[in-house]
Ligand binder design. Structure first.
Ligand SMILES: *Cc1c(COP(=O)(O)O)cnc(C)c1O
Length: 456
C-alpha cells in the first residue's frame, strides 16, 4: 500500500530541528490590534504587563517585528526528550476513505502531558526560572495545560499553583493526580483563596466554574505573592510563538520530502496549536511566496470565529486582564458542557483573529457527535486514540478528503493531531453509549453575551 515513495513517518534528524521560533506577526502588514489597559483604554506598556508576566515573555508578547527568536539552549535540550515529533502520512486512513487525497498529520501527543502544550510550558517555565522567580500560577480547564506546566516546573524546580475549573477537577481526578505527581498544587476554581473567587462564589453559589474565572483567580494569586508570575497556555502571541516549533518542523519535513500541502487544518480553542502549525506556511502566504488553504475548526458549542464578534473584550470573567481585540463570544459566555474542554474558551488569539478578518484563513464549526465519529474512525485505522480537541481537526480532514474523492482531486492535506485522549474516556463512553448530545447556543444566547462587550 505504500505505493508512493513517502515513508509512513518522517522525522527530522537532531541537526535539522529548528533552533529559533518564528514570529508570524513580523510578516503581517496589518498587525494584530494592541492589548489595552482596561482602565485607561490605552495600549498596555511593558511595565504594566511585567507585574503579571515574566519579563522576557512580555518582550515576546509585545514584539511584532522580529521574525526569528532563538530558542534558549536549555529549552532546546528539553525539547529533545520528545521532539522532533513525527509527520505521519495517514496511508491507512486514506485507504479506509478510498480518497485520492494525500493526508498527513503532525502528531504532538508523544509526551507524558499528552499534548502540544508542553512546547510552550517548558519555554515559560524556563524564563520564569531565569528571572529568579519562586513559582508561577495558572489556570487549567480540561487539565492538559496544567499537566504540561507541572512537568516543566518540576524540571526547572519551580513552584506551580494551578487553578483548575471545578467541574473538571471533580470529573477528572486522574488529571489532577498527574499534576500533583509532578509537584503542583491544584485548587478547584472558583475557590475561597482569592477575592475574585470569593466574589464569584457569592454571586453564583454552587457554580462549577469556567476558564474565565480560573484565569482571574490565577492572575490574582500571582500578583499577590512575592516572586510569582502568571503564565497562560494559549491565546497570547508568546504562546503562538513557542508553538511555531510545530509548523517549522512540519515545513522542514515536507521540504525534505519535496511535498507541499494544499490544505492545512487545525482545531482552534485559543488558537495556539493552529497558530503554531500554520506559522511558516502563513508566513509564505503573507509574503506572496506560496498559497495554502488554511482551516480553523472549532466546536459548534463554542463558535468564536464562525459566530463571534471581532471586538475588544476581556480575556477573563473577573476583568483583571488586558482587553484584547479578538473574535469573541463575550467574556460572560459559558459554553455548554462539551467534552472538548480545551476548546471552550470564549475568545481567540488576536493574531489569528486579525488573519481571519483579513480572509487569510477559513473557519468552520463542527458538532461533537460528528467529531467523535471521526475520532473513532481514525483510532481504528491509524493506531492513535486522539484527544476530543484534536478530533475536530480529524473531522475536517476527513471531510476534505471526501470532497477530494467526490471531485477526483489528489490534494495534499495536513492536519495537526494535538494530543491523545486517554483522560477523556468518559466522553468516549457517552459517545459509545449513544448518550452524547450536541448543544448549540441560540442567537438569543449570543446576543445577550454580546450586549456585555466593553464599549471601546
Ligand atoms: C488545549 C488543547 C487544544 C486547544 O488549544 P489551542 O490553544 O487552540 O491549541 C487542542 N488540543 C489539545 C489536545 C489541547 O490540550
Amino acid at each position: 500500500m505504500n505505493n508512493d515513495s513517502i515513508p509512513y513517518k518522517t522525522y527530522l534528524t537532531e541537526a535539522e530541528v529548528p533552533t529559533a521560533w518564528y514570529n508570524l506577526r513580523a510578516d503581517m502588514q496589518k498587525k494584530p490590534a494592541p492589548l489595552l489597559n482596561p482602565g485607561t483604554l490605552q495600549p498596555v506598556t511593558a511595565e504594566e504587563l511585567e507585574h503579571v508576566f515574566c519579563t522576557e515573555l512580555v518582550k515576546q508578547e509585545l514584539d511584532d517585528t522580529t521574525p526569528f527568536i532563538p530558542i534558549p539552549d536549555e529549552v532546546q535540550k528539553f525539547y529533545r526528550m520528545f521532539r522532533p515529533s513525527p509527520l505521519i502520512r495517514a496511508y491507512f486512513l486514506e485507504r479506509a476513505l478510498g480518497t485520492p487525497a494525500k493526508i498527513y498529520y503532525k502528531f504532538e501527543g508523544n509526551n507524558t502531558s499528552g499534548s502540544h502544550k508542553l512546547n510552550s510550558a517548558v519555554a515559560q517555565a524556563y524564563y520564569a526560572k531565569a528571572q529568579g522567580l519562586k513559582g508561577v500560577t495558572t489556570e487549567t480547564g480540561a487539565g492538559q495545560w496544567g499537566t504540561a506546566l507541572s512537568m516543566a516546573c518540576a524540571f526547572f524546580g519551580l513552584d506551580c499553583q494551578v487553578y483548575m475549573v471545578k467541574c473538571s477537577y471533580e470529573q477528572k481526578p486522574f488529571r489532577r493526580e498527574v499534576m500533583r505527581t509532578y509537584g503542583a498544587n491544584v485548587t478547584p476554581s472558583p475557590s475561597m483563596k482569592t477575592n475574585v473567587g470569593r466574589a464569584i462564589n457569592a454571586a453564583h453559589p454552587g457554580t462549577t466554574g469556567s476558564l474565565g474565572c480560573a484565569i482571574s483567580e490565577a492572575v490574582e494569586a500571582a500578583v499577590s505573592q512575592e516572586g510569582y508570575r502568571y503564565v497562560l497556555g494559549s491565546v497570547l502571541a508568546q504562546v503562538l510563538l513557542h508553538q511555531s516549533i510545530i509548523g517549522l518542523e512540519a515545513k522542514a519535513a515536507f521540504d525534505k520530502l519535496g511535498v507541499k500541502p494544499d490544505v492545512i487544518i487545525g482545531c482552534a480553542g485559543g488558537g495556539s496549536n493552529l497558530g503554531g502549525l500554520i506559522a511558516p506556511f502563513m508566513g509564505e502566504k503573507l509574503r506572496g511566496e506560496a498559497d495554502y488553504r488554511i482551516i480553523a475548526v472549532e466546536p459548534a458549542s463554542c463558535p468564536s470565529f464562525t459566530r463571534g464578534r471581532y471586538a475588544y473584550d476581556f480575556c477573563d470573567t473577573g476583568k483583571v486582564c488586558p482587553l484584547q481585540k479578538m473574535y469573541t463570544l463575550g467574556h460572560d459566555f459559558i459554553p455548554s458542557a462539551s467534552h472538548a474542554g480545551g476548546l471552550r474558551y470564549h475568545g481567540m488569539s488576536a493574531t489569528l483573529s486579525e488573519l481571519y478578518d483579513q480572509k487569510m484563513m477559513e473557519a468552520r464549526a463542527v458538532e461533537q457527535t460528528s467529531v467523535f465519529a471521526a475520532a473513532e474512525q481514525f483510532a481504528r485505522v491509524e493506531g492513535i486514540l486522539p484527544a476530543p480537541e484534536s478530533s475536530h481537526a480529524i473531522r475536517a480532514a476527513i471531510d476534505e478528503a471526501l470532497r477530494c474523492k467526490a471531485e477526483g482531486k489528489e490534494e495534499t492535506i495536513l492536519f495537526g493531531l494535538t494530543g491523545t485522549g486517554y483522560f477523556d474516556m468518559v466522553a468516549y463512553e457517552k459517545f459509545n453509549d449513544g448518550s452524547m448530545c450536541d448543544y448549540l447556543p441560540t442567537d438569543a444566547d449570543l446576543a445577550a453575551s454580546f450586549a456585555k462587550l466593553p464599549k471601546v
